[in-house]
Design a protein around this ligand. Structure first.
Ligand SMILES: Nc1ncnc2c1ncn2[C@@H]1O[C@H](COP(=O)(O)OP(=O)(O)OP(=O)(O)O)[C@@H](O)[C@H]1O
Ligand SMILES: [Mg+2]
Length: 263
């Protein structure tokens, strides 16, 4: 029996002008790479922000690593946050800081480690995401888009999190860099065994990296499960999304080869 990492039940989110989530429920198991899918504005980032304890839903429960995050005290919330690694939509590095400083800042905030103790950790994380040590001295403006994403990932991993949250990690990358990033995520899961939650529109990521996924549409979880299970669903959004040319060509290749190269 697999352990549950995140359990979202009956979430409702109302903003003054709109109801974004009417009744959203899904379950993420430990060690999974789990996708949050849905159209623009379907409430994926809003759901992320709830799970990250940055905002609260109007109704419902969210249990993370066994704790009800909506009723927990500040101390428990602080401890849980140290077990989170997060890459926000767009990557968001501090432009006035070097790569080294961008990663070290998390350790300075959450630990009592001194500079001499922090440096080897930062360089180990850079290596883990496939970047040279000298990248540490560069500023974000000197990096390619793919390198920025890798630095953001190194920063998210710096506290050895149990849960990694990635909001559209491959958006804006060329297909080759995006595939390399997907492979990196698979490698990191294999090496570290953590649970990874990814918001994505990227059809390649969906086919290559995700174990299971939830599709948000009309304020509910329109489908949840493996790719094969989701593809059986006849919801309009799912048919349109997976009916695109790129997706269909993947499905055709998949039928010939048995799709996906997870593992
Ligand atoms: N604080 C807020 N107050 C009012 N409306 C909000 C707030 N935050 C988000 N929304 C609205 O909620 C809806 C869902 O936004 P959200 O950012 O979660 O969508 P998304 O699924 O992540 O979309 P995208 O794929 O474009 O990133 C949007 O219509 C947005 O305008
Ligand atoms: Mg979003």
């Amino acid at each position: 029996m697999k352990n549950i990492a995140i359990e979202v039940k009956h979430i409702e989110t109302r903003f003054p002008n709109a109801v974004i989530h009417k009744d959203v429920s899904f379950t993420i198991y430990e060690g999974e790479i789990y996708g949050l899918l849905g159209g623009s504005g379907s409430g994926k980032t809003t759901l992320f922000r709830h799970m990250l304890m940055l905002t609260r839903p109007s109704r419902g429960t969210i249990k993370i690593l066994g704790k009800d995050i909506l009723s927990m005290n500040e101390t428990d919330a602080y401890i849980l946050r140290t077990q989170y690694g997060v890459c926000f939509q767009g990557g968001a590095l501090f432009t006035s800081m070097t790569v080294f400083q961008n990663i070290a800042v998390i350790l300075k905030e959450y630990t009592d480690l001194n500079e001499a103790q922090i440096a080897p950790i930062v360089y180990a994380k850079l290596k883990m995401v496939g970047l040279d040590p000298d990248t540490g001295g560069k500023y974000p403006s000197e990096l390619s888009g793919g390198m920025v994403k890798r630095v953001a990932l190194a920063r998210a991993l710096v506290m050895d999190p149990k849960l990694l949250f990635l909001d559209e990690p491959t958006s804006g990358l060329d297909p080759v860099s995006a595939e390399a990033f997907d492979n990196l995520i698979l490698t990191i899961r294999r090496l570290l065994g953590l649970t990874i939650v990814i918001i994505t529109h990227d059809i390649d990521t969906i086919f290559n990296a995700l174990d299971r996924m939830v599709v948000l549409a009309d304020g509910v979880a329109a489908a949840e499960g493996t790719l094969d299970e989701v593809l059986m669903n006849k919801h309009k959004f799912i048919r349109e999304f997976f009916g695109s040319n790129r997706s269909l060509s993947r499905l055709n290749i998949g039928e010939a080869k048995g799709h996906g190269n997870k593992g």
